[in-house]
Structures are given as structure tokens and as C-alpha cells.
Design a protein around this ligand. Structure first.
Ligand code: PLP
Ligand code: ZN
Length: 431
């Protein structure tokens, strides 16, 4: 992996990304100046953002956050963004609903409080708007003019929309065989959308080559050369969940896994809240969810391995179909350290779970949401998730983008002539 310097940027002025102080290597700890780097020059380990976090009292910080806007920028003091980020043109994602899911809880036998963090409410209807919003600030700071990504679907739409709003060019890459809802959602914002004949892992490899080529100069790939910044956006899910629970940690969180970035950064966000004294320091468990047809992390967890062996994905949960997940080993660490687990469900269980969530709580999640709820149900039934504890299930996307998953079994009950007689004759309205 080539470590990039800023293309065509001769100035040495330090970038202003708020409390972000440096990049540090997750493996060896070596620190690097903030820049579009993603791999350690010494050991090739992944880089992450290191901070000078606020030092005031927790009360003060809590008040400051609560007085902020109803989106992720209320947490700007904890993110790699300039202090005036909320004044710039962006999509202002976040502060999505934390739904107390009492009907679902009754059905699953959960007594300790069950919540759905519903990220389908973001501007492009998935959690990806959070990570892209942070990456856009990094792209601006480093002088990039084109925003790009390798995507399993939702990211392409989030990048297209954010680039349109920020006045940047965009060119995004997807596997050619995605759901129509995802393709249209990615194309409508007017940037370039390129289907690659291959799966996500092929798309990702292609993007890595493009970064090293003169063709890719001035391009910010949100999940490749801007990945350390991008990942930080997922911390806001942790912040919001705790704030919405009344500045309290949940006991158990269930999170879907594609590359594993979201899960690892939710854990990082929870750790920061503890360190800052914003929540009480007590144990929590993190559970990861995959589809059986793409379950490299789940297979490693259940096999007791530290190494994640790549798979060739084959599942309806296309947004999670990453066969070689970059953050897989870190997910294993977190699940094991917190006493959680990683589990997978079949496509049939995914469909059942989508319908269960819709039927009980009026939330239509995409296939990734079905994976997460399906795994939650499976782990409750297996006695792994404790029904007496507070549990949060993250629904990361909108069912309108994956209609095919349920369309065969979700159709009109009947089609009739516009007359009461016909309605009566069909035996309807009596349920
Ligand atoms: C991208 C995505 C995820 C998880 O992504 P990670 O790569 O693990 O961070 C989960 N749900 C949906 C709907 C997604 O689009
Ligand atoms: Zn290193």
C-alpha cells in the first residue's frame, strides 16, 4: 500500500480538524501528522485519529453538547472537524430516533428495555451519512476536489449527496449487480457512478490501484485514503445512544458488520464517553451481526480464531457483503473483551426479521437491519443476550432500498372493484 502525500499541495499550514491532533497506528502506536494517510509507514497497520479531548468538567461538556444542533455536530468537540463545521454546506446527519420497542420486546421476551436506534432516518436513509460527513471535512482540509468511494451500495448514495451539497465532484464505484434502489439513489445526485464487474472486494482493490495512479490525484476516497476520518463518524452512534438513554451506557448493543468499521468505532465512542466522565464506567457487551452467506467474522469468532479467513459473499444482505473485512480482527477483539459475540443468520431469517420489525414497531429496515434483528433474536433464544438487560439494536438502513427482499410476500391483500359489495364478498376488513 502506497502512503500518499497531499497531491499538489505545497503549503505547510497545519490543517484545522478541531480536536484531532494526529494519526496514530493501531498496531505499533507510531504517530503521523494529520493527512490523507491510512496505513502506518513502519508496520502497515491501520491509522486512526488521536485527539486532544476537552479537559473541562463533564457537566460543562454535557451542557455544551445538549445546547448544540440536533445532528452529529453537537459532538463536534469529540470529532475531527473544525469548530465551525455546522455553518458549512453539508447534510447534517444524525440525531436519529432511539425507539423504545415495547411491542418487539414483548414478542422477544425482553424485559430489561429494548431499543431500536433507527438510522434509516438519515438524509440518504442509511448510517453512511455520518461517516461521509466527517470524511467531507477531511477532504476539504486536504484540498481534494473529487469525492469517491468503493461501496456496497449505501455509501455511494451518501457520497453522491454529500458531494453535491458541498460543491465537490464525485465519482463512486459499486459492484454492478446491486439493488435498483441503491443504484438510483447513488446516480440521482448527478456525479459519476461506475458499476464494476465483480464483488465489493474487487471494487475495493480497483480503488486502491486508482489511488496510486495519476488518474486518482486530488481524489478523496472516503473509505480508503480518508478512512481514519470516515471511521470516526460512527462514534456519533455511540454518543447519541448514550445521550438518548439519559447519559447512560446500554448493557448490550447489537451492530451489523460489513468491514467492521462501525462496530469498532461505536466501541471507541463508548470508551471516550467513559474517559470523559460523561457516562458511568460500567461493563457493556458488544454483539456483531452478519448474514450466513457472508460471515467471515462470525466464522472466526465461533471457531475461536484470531484470523479472519476471506469468503466469497452470497447473500441478500448486499450492504454487508464484504468477504474480506478490513476491521475483522478488531471486531473479534471487542466482542471477546466485552463478553459479547458475533453470530450470523440465514437469508430467510433476515426476511422474517425485517417483517417482524415492521409488524411490531412500524419500522421498515433494509436487509442489514434484518440481519441485526435476526441475530438479536437468535442470541436471545440461545441465552447469549440477556433479556433482563437494556439492549439496543442498530437499524442501519431503509427497507425502500431493498424492496426485493420482501416484495414476493408483501403484496396487496386483494384487488377488488370499487364497491362495498365487492369488499364484503372478498371477506375483507373483518380482521
Ligand atoms: C455499510 C453498512 C454497514 C456496516 O458497515 P461497516 O463497513 O461495518 O462499517 C451496516 N449497515 C448498512 C446498511 C451499511 O450500508
Ligand atoms: Zn505501525
Amino acid at each position: 500500500m502506497a502512503v500518499q502525500t497531499v497531491a499538489g499541495n505545497a503549503t505547510t499550514a497545519p490543517v484545522d480538524l478541531g480536536p484531532a491532533a494526529a494519526l496514530s497506528c493501531r498496531e505499533c502506536g507510531e504517530r503521523f501528522e494529520l493527512g490523507p494517510l491510512f496505513a502506518c509507514a513502519s508496520c502497515f497497520g491501520p491509522l486512526e485519529v488521536a485527539y486532544d479531548l476537552p479537559t473541562g468538567s463533564p457537566e460543562e461538556l454535557r451542557k455544551r453538547i445538549e445546547a448544540g444542533p440536533d445532528n452529529i455536530w453537537r459532538y463536534a468537540p469529540l470529532l475531527p472537524v473544525p469548530a465551525d463545521v455546522a455553518d458549512k454546506p453539508n447534510l447534517n446527519p444524525g440525531f436519529t430516533k432511539l425507539v423504545k420497542a415495547d411491542n418487539l420486546a414483548r414478542e422477544l421476551g425482553v424485559t430489561g428495555g429494548l431499543y431500536v436506534k433507527d438510522d434509516s432516518g438519515n438524509p440518504t436513509h442509511s448510517f453512511k451519512d455520518r461517516v461521509v460527513a466527517i470524511a467531507v471535512e477531511a477532504a476539504r482540509a486536504f484540498g481534494f476536489t473529487t469525492l469517491s468511494c468503493s461501496s456496497t451500495g449505501n455509501l455511494a448514495g451518501a457520497v453522491g449527496a454529500a458531494a453535491a451539497r458541498a460543491g465537490l465532484r464525485s465519482c463512486v464505484f459499486i459492484p454492478h449487480d446491486l439493488e435498483q434502489g441503491k443504484v438510483v439513489m447513488a446516480a440521482v445526485y448527478g456525479g459519476e457512478l461506475v458499476g464494476i464487474e465483480g464483488n465489493y472486494d474487487d471494487v475495493n482493490r480497483f480503488c486502491s490501484e486508482l489511488i496510486g495512479d495519476p488518474l486518482g490525484e486530488g481524489w478523496g476516497f472516503v473509505n480508503v485514503n480518508l478512512r481514519p476520518y470516515y471511521g470516526e463518524g460512527s462514534k456519533t452512534l455511540a454518543y447519541e445512544i448514550c445521550e438518548q438513554l439519559g447519559w447512560r451506557l446500554p448493557d448490550q448493543i447489537v451492530i451489523p458488520i460489513a468491514s467492521g468499521s462501525q462496530l469498532t468505532k461505536i466501541d471507541k465512542g463508548l470508551q471516550e464517553l467513559i474517559k470523559l466522565g460523561l457516562v458511568e464506567d460500567r461493563p457493556y457487551k458488544i454483539f456483531g451481526a452478519q448474514a450466513e452467506g457472508c460471515s467471515p467474522v462470525s466464522a472466526a469468532f465461533k471457531g475461536g480464531h484470531d484470523v479472519v479467513r476471506p469468503q466469497k459473499p452470497n447473500t441478500i444482505a448486499k450492504s454487508l457483503a464484504i468477504g474480506n473485512p478490513a476491521d475483522g480482527p478488531y471486531v473479534l477483539d471487542i466482542a471477546r473483551r466485552t463478553g459479547g459475540a458475533v453470530e450470523d443468520v440465514t437469508d430467510e431469517q433476515v426476511v422474517d426479521a425485517i417483517k417482524l420489525l415492521a409488524r411490531t414497531e412500524g419500522i421498515f429496515g433494509e436487509t442489514a437491519g434484518g440481519v441485526t434483528l435476526g441475530v438479536t433474536k437468535k442470541l436471545i433464544e440461545a441465552g447469549v443476550i440477556d433479556p433482563a438487560l437494556t439492549t439496543v439494536v442498530v437499524n442501519t438502513g431503509d427497507g425502500l432500498k431493498t424492496l426485493d427482499a420482501v416484495s414476493a410476500t408483501s403484496q396487496a391483500t386483494a384487488t377488488i372493484k370499487p364497491s362495498l359489495d365487492a369488499f364484503r364478498a372478498a371477506g375483507l376488513g373483518t380482521a
